[in-house]
Design a protein around this ligand. Structure first.
Ligand code: SF4
Ligand code: SF4
Length: 162
């Protein structure tokens, strides 16, 4: 059994304030598609792959050929939000304990790196409309925010985040 087949945990219902008060544990699984067997992907990758801001390509598209991941060149389809570009990141720093740290934590990073999974402006907008916001962490059992749903203040389902 892989970690992606792990038994489901119950959903945790939290306010946006509580969710944003939590900290990333550095599992690293959202920083490289290979860590989710290709499930997690990048959307809207510019042709220079953020070379302008980083001095070198940051997000590297990947393809899997005969079961082996390898770098590929940027393609027009990678510009689309739904492109599902499998990727690795040149700033990713794998750790001996299996986690992975960001080598650009204190420098410019693409917007999703700073907002995932609770910083997106669409979350308060959805809450204001009375909607629940399941966080996009279903692929990451080790994530701080795994199986977490953000709900409006005072919702009777609220649970203590752990
Ligand atoms: S820049 Fe940092 S946070 Fe963004 S994908 Fe790379 S390693 Fe992850
Ligand atoms: S999956 Fe969650 S805990 Fe892991 S690095 Fe990404 S944001 Fe942090």
């Amino acid at each position: 059994m892989t970690e992606h087949d792990a038994p489901l945990q119950p959903l945790r219902y939290v306010t946006l304030e509580a969710a944003r008060a939590l900290e990333c544990n550095g599992c690293g699984d959202c920083c490289d598609s290979r860590r989710t067997d290709g499930f997690w992907a990048w959307g809207t990758l510019p042709p220079d792959q953020y070379r302008e801001q980083c001095g070198e390509p940051l997000i590297i598209p990947l393809e899997r050929v005969d079961g082996v991941w390898r770098d590929r060149t940027h393609q027009a389809e990678d510009l689309g939000w739904l492109s599902a570009t499998r990727f690795r990141c040149s700033a990713f720093r794998p750790q001996e304990d299996g986690r992975g740290l960001c080598g650009r934590h204190d420098q410019w990073r693409p917007e999703p790196c700073g907002t995932f999974p609770v910083g997106d402006a669409s979350i308060p907008l959805a809450l204001a409309q009375g909607q629940d916001v399941p966080l996009e962490t279903s692929a990451f059992p080790k994530c701080t925010w795994f199986h977490m749903v953000v709900v409006p203040d005072g919702d009777p389902r609220l649970t203590r985040p752990s």
